[in-house]
Design a protein around this ligand. Structure first.
Ligand SMILES: [Zn+2]
Length: 258
């Protein structure tokens, strides 16, 4: 059994956890999970994650507006976020960023809200948790310009892009995608990322690793991702868990329990 399993990206406010979250989350500490960042995607989900963080000692919250939730924001959305970041156990602004997978019309507002949230994170000296789906160029340009601390989660770019992110002092988050049969780029990136820049994540309930594809993902699946990454890097899995736990605590400014 492994320990020091730190899941830097999950959504435990998601309705797919509503039935058994108590039972599931209560089991985490005895299953070697050392920490979880539960990420908001709008104001309501950010508040729900703050509540979870208050309830469970190993859960921390990230607050923000996901790129796909930027269309119907009220004018006071930044003021709301300003209040949320001041809450107990809020360790990051996220998940924020750009999602160009769907219609093009929302791109301008996505860009605007992404920028404003990074500026707010910088003002409060908090890291950002960045979502980048099919928006590599715009994401990189904004990160280069505003230079936040943080992580590009579920990293799907090339090794070249990973180099640029690392040059900015940011981290690369890798999850279940590295275990997928058609994974090429994530595996190359998993090999390349310097030891002190790598974070593990699930994106639970999404992105379930092999061999559980199609099932609900939870932080308990991290070892499958970790084993794959350790294998391609030629290192021990527990060693990888140890260094990624340390990296997560460094970035999100979270002390160890022991
Ligand atoms: Zn997510």
């Amino acid at each position: 059994m492994y320990n020091n399993i730190f899941d830097t990206h999950a959504h435990y406010d998601d309705e797919r956890f509503s039935e058994d979250s108590e039972e599931l989350l209560s089991s985490f500490l005895s299953d070697g999970i050392s920490g979880v960042i539960s990420c908001g995607v709008n104001a309501e989900s950010s508040k729900a994650n703050i509540e979870l963080a208050k309830k469970y000692p190993f859960i921390y919250a990230a607050v923000g507006y996901h790129g796909l939730n930027t269309e119907d924001l009220t004018v006071d959305y930044l003021e709301i976020l300003c209040e949320l970041v001041k809450e107990e156990k809020v360790v990051a602004v996220g998940e924020i960023g750009l999602d160009y997978h769907y219609e093009k019309e929302t791109r301008d507002i996505q860009l605007e809200v992404f920028r404003r949230q990074i500026e707010l994170a910088n003002e409060y000296d908090l890291p950002v948790i960045v979502h980048d789906r099919e928006a590599h160029e715009d994401t990189l340009n904004i990160l280069k310009e505003l230079k936040p601390k943080g992580v590009v989660h579920c990293f799907s770019g090339s090794v070249e892009m990973a180099k640029e992110i690392i040059r900015l002092g940011m981290y690369i988050g890798l999850g279940g995608a590295v275990t997928f049969k058609n994974a090429v780029k994530p595996v190359e990136v998993a090999k390349f990322v310097p030891e002190d820049r790598l974070l593990l994540e699930t994106d639970a309930p999404y992105m379930t690793p092999v061999p559980f594809r199609g099932k609900r993902c939870t932080s308990l699946h991290i070892p499958y991702t970790a084993e794959k990454i350790a294998e391609v890097r030629g290192i021990d899995t527990q060693y990888l868990l140890n260094i990624t736990d340390r990296n997560a605590r460094m970035l999100f400014n979270i002390k160890s329990y022991d």
